[in-house]
Design a protein around this ligand. Structure first.
Ligand SMILES: Nc1ncnc2c1ncn2[C@@H]1O[C@H](COP(=O)(O)OP(=O)(O)OP(=O)(O)O)[C@@H](O)[C@H]1O
Ligand code: SF4
Ligand SMILES: [Mg+2]
Length: 358
């Protein structure tokens, strides 16, 4: 299945502010969880969304699913401005955009046989009569590798991987055009993870649907994504095709994220060396500087410059279509003086897409 260049979903300047921090947090002031994020998802594409814990990945997914209130910006789905509709999203949208979360056990009723996980949403969406819905559930189960015998099991009688297949069958039966997968395989063991990832890839191949794939696991994102978006402190800092992001990451935060991951450096020694080249020890204030002008990563960035303290870098498009929010990449996507390819770091990385080179 090839990925089209059209847009299925267009997110523009999305901002989400939680009025108060989580109850457990001692400081309960408004939290800008998402700050001016823009990206597209194309038909048939998997867009991976990565970043450290608290960077806002799930909040983006929840905004698209209309589970979080959006404070600014727009979410356009195939020509429909979803944000303008408030909570009154049409049934057609709620059918077209489905979710698969980390823990299916929490969304499956422990007292109901798992076929109802498929038949209940079908009933809500007015699909067929009871017999037709049972048949649809059996067909969906077959497509995700479960048998008819599984239909009448209780969630507790299934393994974690089988429960996740039920969650996928539930989404699939509604014939969605986009599935938001939030840490959908994170709770599974490695071999079950790859089975579910392969299943998702096969289903995409046969249906042409898109995935927004939220995860903190770079190994998985590298395997499943066509393009990858990197979040840091509620902002999108880099977006690029998957090979480009892993072979020549541009943003210093992306570099430090990859440097710390076995997905890019199989040996621990290489990992430590690469990490040191990208990430300064924290002698310079908080890890993340939120709510002020300047780059939120400046206290940790090994390439920090004077401008980084006063100006927040916008997300800029580079000549090769990659996007990055960092002052090392100047106005026209040209790597400015002191840019990464002049420094030590990962020589292979910076500025490859800049207009001045190749
Ligand atoms: N319901 C909520 N109320 C208040 N603050 C919230 C709420 N949900 C999330 N936040 C805050 O918003 C920010 C982004 O959270 P989010 O859950 O989107 O991050 P994440 O990238 O998905 O993290 P993780 O990898 O841990 O799942 C965090 O600072 C978090 O504490
Ligand atoms: S803008 Fe400056 S501080 Fe921020 S990542 Fe780029 S070089 Fe580092
Ligand atoms: Mg999350």
């Amino acid at each position: 299945m090839s990925v089209s260049q059209e847009r299925l979903l267009s997110v523009r300047d999305l901002t989400v502010t939680y009025e108060s921090g989580r109850a457990m947090q001692w400081r309960r002031s408004p939290v800008k969880a998402i700050d001016g994020v823009s990206f597209d998802v194309r038909p048939g594409e998997t867009l991976g969304l990565v970043g450290e814990s608290g960077s806002g990945k799930s909040t983006i997914g929840r905004s698209i699913l209309r589970l979080a209130d959006v404070s600014g910006g727009t979410i356009d789905f195939d020509g429909l401005d979803v944000t303008a509709l408030g909570r009154r999203t049409p049934l057609s949208y709620r059918r077209a955009v489905q979710a698969v979360f980390q823990d299916p056990a929490s969304s499956l009723n422990p007292r109901h046989v798992v076929s109802t996980a498929v038949t209940t949403p079908l009933r809500r969406h007015g699909v067929g009569d009871a017999a037709a819905r049972e048949e649809a559930a059996a067909a969906a189960f077959e497509r995700v590798g479960l048998s008819r015998a599984h239909l009448s099991r209780l969630p507790s009688e299934l393994s974690g991987g089988q429960r996740q297949r039920v969650a996928i069958a539930r989404a699939l039966a509604l014939e969605p055009r986009l599935i938001v997968c939030d840490e959908a395989v994170s709770a599974l063991d490695v071999s079950t993870q790859s089975q579910i990832i392969n299943l998702l890839a096969d289903l995409q191949e046969s249906t042409g649907m898109s995935y927004l794939f939220v995860t903190h696991d770079l190994r998985i994102v590298r395997h499943i994504s066509h393009r990858v978006a990197v979040m840091h402190a509620g902002r999108l800092v880099e977006l690029a095709p998957v090979e480009q992001l892993f072979d020549s990451p541009r943003h210093p935060y992306t570099r430090s994220l990859l440097a710390a991951s076995p997905a890019t450096h199989p040996t621990g020694r290489e990992r430590r060396r690469s990490h040191r080249a990208n990430y300064r020890p924290n002698h310079h204030g908080p890890e993340i500087v939120r709510g002020e002008e300047g780059c939120p990563f400046r206290n940790r960035c090994a390439s920090v410059m004077e401008v980084c303290r006063t100006k927040t870098p916008p997300l800029r498009e580079l000549a090769d279509g990659g996007r990055v929010a960092c002052h090392l990449y100047g106005e026209e996507g040209r790597t400015v003086e002191g840019g990464p390819h002049r420094g030590k770091g990962r020589g292979k990385g910076g500025g490859r897409g800049s207009t001045g080179e190749g």
